[in-house]
Design a protein around this ligand. Structure first.
Ligand code: FE
Length: 128
C-alpha cells in the first residue's frame, strides 16, 4: 500500500490513571488518496490493549478528502463499558482550522522517524 508509514502507540487509562487492560480499539481511516475502502475494508481493524493498557497500530498517514482535514477514526471501549467514538488528528495540518469538527484535544504527538512517522496518543475514558 502506498503512503507514509505511521505507527501510533499509547495507552488507555481511566480517569484515576489506572491502565485499562483489554480495552477495544477499533480504528478506520482513508488511504493516502483520501478514499475509504467500503467493500474490502482495508485500513479498518481492531485490537485490544495489553495488561499495561498499551496499544500499537501500524498504518499509513491518511489523505484528506473534501471537507475534512487528515484524521483517523477510532472507537474505544473499556470492557463492559460504553463505546467512545472519536477521531485523532495531526498537528500542523493546514486544514485543521477549516474543519468544523476538528478538536485540538485530539491532536496526536507526531514525529518523523526514518521509516515514516511515529505518533502517540493517550486515551482517558470516563470510567472510574
Ligand atoms: Fe473520515
Amino acid at each position: 500500500m502506498s503512503g507514509t508509514r505511521l505507527v501510533i502507540t499509547g495507552h488507555v487509562f481511566t480517569q484515576s490513571c489506572t491502565p485499562v487492560a483489554g480495552a477495544l480499539l477499533d480504528f478506520w481511516q482513508a488511504n493516502n488518496a483520501g478514499v475509504y475502502d467500503n467493500s474490502g475494508y482495508r485500513l479498518r481493524g481492531h485490537q485490544f490493549t495489553d495488561p499495561m493498557g498499551a496499544y500499537s497500530l501500524e498504518t499509513i498517514v491518511p489523505g484528506e478528502y473534501p471537507g475534512r482535514t487528515a484524521h483517523i477514526h477510532v472507537k474505544v471501549r473499556a470492557p463492559e463499558k460504553p463505546v467512545l467514538t472519536t477521531q485523532l488528528y495531526f498537528p500542523g495540518e493546514g486544514r485543521n482550522q477549516q474543519d468544523s469538527i476538528f478538536n485540538a484535544a485530539l491532536l496526536m504527538d507526531v514525529h518523523d522517524i526514518s521509516a515514516g512517522k511515529a505518533a502517540t496518543f493517550t486515551f482517558v475514558l470516563d470510567v472510574p
